[in-house]
Design a protein around this ligand. Structure first.
Ligand code: HAM
Length: 439
């Protein structure tokens, strides 16, 4: 017996139906926002991720040498691939580019609740627009997806932060450009570490200043209102007015989108990925429990970094399927799918082949139909029909064969009608809209 690998999931039909429910909502809502679906390879050159995604993800790569001695990696995320794809076609694409994808990703993480080594992400990205309107559009899309799945204000929050604001604050605290990445990394990890560990990392980045930086950073992390944030920004020199006005603009756009109640200003969010340059956010359950449901932000320099010549502003986010399914399940918001056929064929011994040919017409007409695969009596066939969950039985016995008709029995109400074989599909279409046959 073989087991699946740790962190990889099987999807038997019920699990697959639940997963597809998420995917359907992702696609429907993304299309309502006029995003276009795209797809890309799951295997990429290893170098695409080294330096671009950041240390944490690179440490989690599934990578190997292929038979052509190429260093390759299973994609841990989609953003570098998207940047590569768009940069290669930048001249021929109408801007802004609004693309989405639903696909599998791989990270060699320690499997735990909400974290696997294979998981699905919905990615939505908007490229070619530096205006805050693009950031707002994406956050509104994220919220609309969660709302469509049945989540409300009591269920989740989007924690909003900004890397530029952090740079402004760190500059004011005397953190050099060189020390900045280490300090941002320490801030990113500070929520998951003991304070002493954070002080130690800060001390390494800025010798002699670890404790002071930690105190100041903790104060900034406690800011929750726009007014307090703007007041703090105002103390920070030349860049302050631009940063303050983009915060005001974003918050007023989010209000117009009707999503402000979900937003929490929270500068403890910095995001682990190296390429973010502006507003960043993560969605969490309102209770604060569990790992992030989604995360994203602006990454204005990634295309230039990857391509060398194409410079396009960009922003986007990804929702993971694992934490989201856990969250929906705990709130009873995952539908119980009945994967039943529309009809079940019940045929007499001499009418089996006629029945199968009628069933094939029914299938071509867009209805699903099943039947007993070996010849058994009427009683057993009815039993199987009941087990299948089909709403209707399609009965072809001797009488029906002789009169070129079929009988349709509603297995819920027991009502039945007889209809000519050649108008069966039209009749089924009627049921589809009316629902059921009266007894
Ligand atoms: P990320 O925060 O690394 O961002 O991942 C986004 C979401 O994917 C997470 O919030 C989580 O739900 C899910 N996820 C990540 N790793 C795992 C795992 N090992 N198991 C289960 N779920 C996981 C990104 O990937 C960025 N590329 C998002 C983005 C798109 N930024 C701009 N555009």
């Amino acid at each position: 017996m073989f087991d699946s690998l740790p962190g990889f999931r099987d999807f038997p039909p019920e699990a697959c139906a639940r997963r597809n429910h998420l995917f359907r909502v992702f696609r429907t809502v993304a299309r309502a926002f006029d995003f276009k679906e795209y797809d890309a390879p799951v295997l990429e050159p290893l170098d695409l991720y080294v330096e671009k995604s950041g240390e944490e993800i690179v440490g989690q790569l599934f990578h190997f040498l292929d038979k052509g001695e190429r260093k390759v990696a299973l994609r841990p995320e989609l953003t570098p691939t998207l940047a590569r794809m768009v940069a290669a076609r930048a001249n021929s694409l109408a801007k802004p580019i609004k693309w989405f994808n639903v696909g599998e990703h791989f990270r060699y993480e320690r499997p735990q609740k909400g974290r696997g080594r294979s998981f699905y992400q919905f990615n939505a990205d908007l490229l070619g627009e530096s205006d805050t309107g693009a950031d707002a559009e994406l956050i509104a899309l994220l919220v609309a997806i969660f709302e469509t799945l049945g989540l409300s204000q009591t269920d989740f929050r989007v924690r909003l932060s900004d890397r530029r604001t952090w740079i402004l604050f760190l500059d004011a605290l005397g953190v050099s450009e060189q020390a900045r990445p280490k300090v941002l990394d320490a801030i990113d990890k500070s929520g998951r570490r003991k304070p002493e560990q954070t002080v130690e990392s800060l001390e390494q980045a800025m010798p002699g200043k670890g404790r002071h930086l930690q105190d100041e950073i903790e104060k900034i992390k406690r800011i929750r209102s726009l007014d307090d944030l703007l007041a703090k920004i105002e103390t920070c020199g030349e860049e302050a007015p631009g940063t303050a006005s983009s915060w005001k603009e974003l918050m007023s756009l989010l209000e117009a989108h009707g999503v402000l109640p979900y937003i929490e200003i929270d500068l403890s969010i910095v995001r682990g990925l190296a390429y973010y340059t502006g507003f960043v956010y993560e969605a969490f359950e309102a209770s604060g429990e569990g790992r992030a449901l989604a995360g994203g932000g602006r990454y204005d320099h990634l295309l230039k970094k990857l391509s060398g010549n194409v410079d396009l502003p960009a922003c986007g986010f990804a929702i993971g399927d694992m934490t989201l399914s856990d969250c929906l399940e705990s709130k009873n918001l995952l539908p119980n799918y009945i994967m039943a056929p529309d009809l079940f064929l019940i045929a007499g011994e001499g009418q089996r082949k006629l029945g199968i040919s009628i069933a094939s017409q029914v299938r071509k007409g867009g209805f699903s139909i099943s039947y007993s695969l070996k010849q058994v009596g009427f009683g057993k066939q009815f039993k199987e029909a009941g087990k299948s969950g089909a709403r209707y039985a399609l009965i072809v016995g001797e009488d029906e064969e002789n009169s070129n008709q079929v009988k349709i029995k509603d297995l819920r109400s027991s009502g039945e009608i007889t209809t000519p074989q050649n108008s069966l599909l039209a009749k089924l279409d009627e049921f589809d809209s009316e629902g059921g046959i009266q007894e």
